[in-house]
Design a protein around this ligand. Structure first.
Ligand code: FES
Length: 321
């Protein structure tokens, strides 16, 4: 679902920060203030061709004159990043939604550890700026992606949180990878962990955090690349719409949201990767094969599922629609 409060912004600045990494500074066309955002927020960006993609805001949340997004154009781009790199230039107009936040810094935060790798540092930058402005002690551990040396290092070195930041150059020569076990060991109970990077990098760290006794509510994860397995030849199952009683057979090559939309049953979606939570539906009956990166264990226990990626373990799901 695209935010219905889309607004035009102009590309005030486009900077090639590093290999395959471009940042865009977006501003109101008339120089007005932009809607405020909190640290860790992202915006929907409508890209030439009609694609909608979400990008984290990496500038200071105290700024009202611009949104800054970093766009990494990797080989796995589903088209959005590629189009932004190739087709969007300074002076062009884009449509963006209101800032939303699923990576919020809790008000109660007393201290924090921030872990980021590669382009995953974008939401972490605004969080670091916020923590610094609030005098909340924190450390930022930033692993450079191997293919993008230099991304954001200038911005960090010029920032007020430069002294809180440790860089890790991920290369075959130096290989200074962070030691998550040591970093996460024996931290005070009021420490919050914020982490953003590729799943293959952050999932083992999250496992380590759990082993070191970090409670789920102290761990804040942002996923910028969902590695959702394609549904090709996946299990076929039925979904029943509780209000109408109609049963639909979901084929193995379609998601629940895509298939139901074809049948005229529209479930709002945004990321379509199990990350944003827009397509959350309550399941009244049936076992869910959860494939999202968003729901907490509690939400799953309460019967919710994300219909854009998750499926049924058994033969039937009854949906509260
Ligand atoms: S549309 Fe974002 S989680 Fe389903």
């Amino acid at each position: 679902m695209i935010d219905d409060t889309l607004r035009p912004v102009i590309v005030a600045k486009k900077t090639n920060d590093a290999h395959n990494m471009v940042s865009f500074e977006l501003a109101d066309p008339d120089g007005a203030e932009l809607p405020a955002f909190s640290a860790g927020s992202h915006i929907d960006v409508t890209i030439p061709g009609g694609l909608v993609r979400q990008y984290s805001l990496c500038n200071s949340s105290s700024e009202r004159n611009r949104y800054v997004i970093g766009v990494w154009n990797d080989g796995n781009s589903r088209g959005g990043s590629k189009a932004l790199h190739a087709q969007v230039n300074e002076g062009d107009t884009l449509q963006v939604g209101l800032p939303r936040n699923r990576f919020r810094v809790p008000r109660s935060t007393k201290r924090a550890i921030l872990l980021a790798r590669g382009i995953g540092v974008t939401p972490i930058l605004s969080i670091a700026d916020y923590l610094k402005s609030q005098n909340i002690p924190f450390q930022l551990h930033y692993v450079y992606a191997m293919m993008s040396p230099g991304s954001f290092d200038g911005m960090i070195k010029d920032s007020k949180f430069a002294e809180n930041t440790k860089f890790y150059y991920e290369s075959t020569e130096l290989n200074q990878l962070l030691d998550a076990g040591a970093l996460l060991k024996d931290r005070p109970e009021d420490t919050q962990l914020f982490i953003c990077g590729a799943d293959w990098w952050q999932d083992p760290i999250l496992k380590t955090a759990a082993q070191k006794g970090w409670a789920e509510e102290r761990i804040h994860v942002e996923r910028f690349t969902a590695k959702v397995p394609a549904a090709i030849l996946d299990k076929v199952f039925d979904v029943k719409i509780a209000s109408s009683g109609i049963v639909y057979k979901v084929p193995g090559d379609k998601t629940v949201t895509a298939f139901l939309e074809e049948q005229g049953v529209k479930i709002p979606t945004s990321c379509e990767q199990g990350m944003c939570g827009t397509c959350r539906i309550k399941v009244l009956e049936g076992d869910v094969d959860h494939r999202d990166k968003r729901l907490s264990s509690q939400q799953k226990d309460e019967g919710f599922f994300l219909a854009c990626v998750s499926r049924a373990k058994g033969d039937l799901l009854v949906l509260d629609l």
